[in-house]
Ligand binder design. Structure first.
Ligand code: HEM
Length: 468
């Protein structure tokens, strides 16, 4: 993998470069910490008697892993990149830099307090991805609002007439997520079935309206930039945006099929899950057609291979989600490790790979410092082989588990049958974690390592976007 494009340096304001670098170094810390926790969790399956102190118990560490990867790693990495993209596409610097700095402080404070409280056993209960107590969630929400405001102000001050498609997605994510967070925090309806409905709404939309929107926004910027050609179709991008908004908010109840939630509501969630094929296939087709006949450019780039894997997992993971929603398949897969495979296909294969692609595409252009070629290659292959092995192992193991339950075998028989696949997951996870250490080294090279100074910024001429 070799990139010719890395010689190009953005004419970004030094403080914007510092902002972007700080978001990415913080996010990298959270990636390392929370996936070390994930790795420990994966070894607890084959060795359940290992590390049994309450502070290292599965229940506490699992929530630390999921909340930390969501709100520490992915949210900080995607918000930092989205802020930088908003400035580049608007042809100006970030309009209100202190909002962005304050947002980074809130994100980090929330992740620190969330991790400590969860490890002390202080939590909101077993509501997945919202186990943080209310005041920690409010600090995180503040972070989202401040980053969102910084982006909206920057886009409002743009020199271009059009709002670039990336910013449609990004602003969509920043508008919808506070609604989600407020619904999740307010105690109204959070009893009995109301709580189940709110949980379905929250957990699936955190993935769909936050991570997916930000990741798509970054792809719509990085892909044309790296290939040096326009996106295949602006119209397909807009179709994807609006159909995402129509279908996503209702599909969360597919996590609660066969529950006491009204049957019609579950059916609606299944129908809308099928509707999700429209934005997913429109987005995938748009990205694939933008990359058509550019295999050599992809092969020679640091960033593009990550985006190719990210787009492939967007297609596979999301299409799998539609198929998984059918009642006939949920009878087998519900509650099994198959779902964990699906979560990592989407949150890791799609979201994390797109975040890496965006970082490798934009951070060297911002700082003028390049990652190591060898380290990037190792990062790419370890992470790609690792996540693919992870997903395959749990898909097979989860199916065997579900079939054993459906056959009415004793529960321990399903544990014995799934055990080899959990060992395979721990091995795959070790490879993924190794990839994260290598990525952290590259982030160091692209940010803190000695290199060209970033003070040769020239104010851009008005009327000419910095993205040109
Ligand atoms: C070294 C890499 C990683 C390893 C070894 C790992 C391992 C694990 C383990 C063991 C679990 C608990 C599974 C269970 O309860 O059966 C888990 C859950 C989860 N992880 Fe990871 N993980 C890694 C990276 C990530 C990343 C980067 C993300 C997100 C950006 C992520 C998101 C999740 C989610 C959402 C769940 C909950 C899944 C569900 O309940 O459906 N993981 N992970």
């Amino acid at each position: 993998m070799k990139s010719a494009s890395l010689a190009i340096r953005d004419n970004a304001e030094p403080e914007d470069v510092a902002l972007f670098s700080s978001f990415i170094t913080s996010a990298t810390f959270w990636l390392l910490f929370t996936t070390a926790v994930g790795l420990l969790l994966s070894f607890k399956f084959p060795y359940p008697d290992w590390a049994t102190s309450p502070f290292l118990s599965f229940g506490r560490l699992r929530a630390i892993h999921t909340n930390g990867t969501f709100y520490g790693w992915a949210s900080i990495a995607l918000s930092g990149t989205a802020i930088y993209v908003a400035a580049r596409t608007s042809g100006i610097g970030v309009s209100n830099k202190w909002l962005a700095w304050l947002s980074l402080a809130c994100y980090n404070l929330a992740a620190i307090c969330g991790t400590i409280t969860l490890d002390l056993g202080i939590n909101y209960g077993d509501q997945e991805y919202r186990e943080w107590v209310w005041w920690v969630k409010i600090i995180f929400l503040l972070g989202v609002l401040l980053s969102g405001l910084a982006i909206v102000q920057t886009v409002a001050n743009r020199v271009e007439r059009e709002i670039y498609i990336s910013n449609w997605y990004t602003i969509g994510g920043f508008v919808f997520t506070p609604i989600l967070a407020i619904v999740a925090i307010i105690p109204a309806y959070q009893v009995g079935l109301g709580q189940v409905a709110v949980q379905g709404f929250y957990m699936h939309n955190a993935v769909g309206m936050w991570f997916t929107f930000l990741a798509l926004g970054i792809t719509y910027y990085a892909l044309p930039k790296l290939l040096n050609r326009p996106i295949y179709s602006y119209a397909l991008g807009v179709l994807g945006f609006w159909t995402n908004l129509v279908f996503y908010p209702v599909i969360g109840a597919h996590h609660f099929e066969f529950s006491p939630l009204p049957w019609w509501f579950q059916t609606l969630a299944i129908v809308f899950s099928v509707g999700m094929l429209v934005p997913v296939w429109a987005g995938t087709a748009n990205f694939a057609l933008t990359m058509r006949a550019r295999g050599e450019t992809v092969r020679r780039s640091y960033a593009l291979p990550f985006i190719v894997v990210g787009v492939a997992y967007y297609f596979l993971g999301s299409t799998q989600g539609t198929v998984e929603a059918f009642r006939s398949l949920q009878t087998i897969w519900h509650f099994t490790s198959f779902t964990i495979g699906h979560s990592h296909a989407t949150m890791y294969g799609f979201i994390t790979f797109i975040a890496w692609g965006g970082i490798y595409a934009l951070l060297p252009r911002a700082t003028g410092k390049q990652p190591s070629l060898l380290a990037t290659g190792l990062h790419f292959w370890f992470a790609t082989i690792g996540v693919t092995a992870y997903v395959i192992a749990l898909s097979i193991g989860g199916t065997i588990q579900g079939l054993a339950w459906a056959a009415g075998n004793p529960f321990i028989a399903s544990v014995d049958a799934a055990a080899p696949f959990w060992v395979a997951r721990a091995v795959a996870g070790s490879l993924m974690f190794l990839a994260h250490i290598i990525f952290a080294y590259n982030v160091y090279l692209m940010t803190l390592a000695p290199g060209p100074e970033s003070d040769h910024w020239e104010p851009p001429k008005r009327g000419k976007a910095a993205t040109a």
